[in-house]
Design a protein around this ligand. Structure first.
Ligand code: BEZ
Ligand code: FE
Length: 298
């Protein structure tokens, strides 16, 4: 019996076409590019052959990728969202190498809501610019190297969503700098800022990626988190999250970004407890977490 590979297509089998395509890539001058192209093409062909892909299915795939591309704009990166929801971003993250001692803070996805140029803020200031700052939360910790020494002159770029689940970047109803801020550590490596407790939220699912999630029975939720990008001279830049340990989506993050070491406790404090911020007359929360940076291996 004929196998799929041996089915004749215009006088040639699928396997013969595949071999011919691979031969054309064999002269790629850049060795790494050649390797990646040959492997990608060979796996794509195997995918089609092994699954007996029909022309209609192939066309649906092409239309889907076209729709993903068309949905991209300066404000929206649907292609990265596709990579995130397919788990590819986190697979590449996992290949990023571990630090020398293995105790550096782990990284996770950057996500589409990072934008350079967040307001520079005084240490201890609030990143919440809107007046309905619910569930005030004090975040503090130290930036350390892998030997436990404080890292001075570190830059912490932080951003998160508002109580309505949306980031300032996607919500014209918020001030542009709301829940975004850049902080610089002093010699003691300490950092602190006020914010509001982040909420679980849905990734943008009104585009082709949302169609893919719905068609495959997947939900679009991410567990609540605060984003951080931490850099310092001589250290490897870290992109990470502080996840809220009480979120119900820790086990099923739509973009697979949760690592157990990044799950934090938001501790609830009584009104009027020592350290209660001025004007805060209800419950408030604190989150304490150090950030350990690996040395830049040049
Ligand atoms: C986010 O955390 O903001 C995010 C990450 C990946 C995809 C969508 C959103
Ligand atoms: Fe996020």
């Amino acid at each position: 019996m004929e196998t799929e590979q041996h089915i004749q297509v215009g006088g040639r089998t699928a396997a013969q076409i595949s071999d011919e395509v691979l031969r054309r890539f064999a002269t790629t001058p850049d060795v790494r590019l050649r390797l990646l192209m040959e492997d990608l093409v060979s796996r794509l062909h195997s995918f089609a052959i092994d699954n007996s892909l029909t022309v209609d299915e192939w066309r649906a795939g092409v239309e889907f990728l076209t729709a993903v591309g068309k949905r991209c704009s300066p404000e929206r990166q649907e292609m990265i969202l596709l990579s995130d929801t397919l788990g590819l971003s986190m697979v590449v993250d996992a290949l990023g190498g571990v630090s020398a001692s293995g105790n550096a803070t782990e990284s996770t996805v950057l996500g589409p809501f990072y934008k350079e140029g967040s307001p520079e803020r005084e240490m201890g200031a609030s990143i919440a610019e809107s007046t309905d700052a619910k569930q005030p939360t004090f975040v503090r910790g130290k930036v350390l190297d892998e030997s436990g020494n404080p890292v001075g002159g570190a830059t912490l770029d932080v951003w998160q969503n508002a109580p309505n689940g949306r980031y300032a970047l996607q919500d014209p109803g918020q001030p542009a700098g709301n829940l975004r801020g850049v902080f610089r550590t002093g010699v003691d490596g300490r950092f602190s800022f006020w914010t509001v407790r982040p909420t679980d939220y849905q990734i943008p699912d009104d585009g082709p990626v949302g169609v893919m999630l719905a068609a495959t029975g997947r939900h679009p939720w991410r567990p609540a988190h605060i984003h951080l990008k931490v850099s310092a001279p001589g250290m490897r830049t870290l992109t990470t999250h502080f996840f809220d340990g009480e979120s119900r989506y820790l086990e099923s993050d739509a973009v697979f970004g949760v690592k157990p070491s990044l799950v934090c406790s938001f501790v609830r404090h009584d009104p009027g407890e020592p350290g209660t911020p001025k004007g805060c007359d209800g419950w408030w929360y604190s989150l304490e977490r150090d950030v350990v940076l690996a040395r830049d291996s040049v």
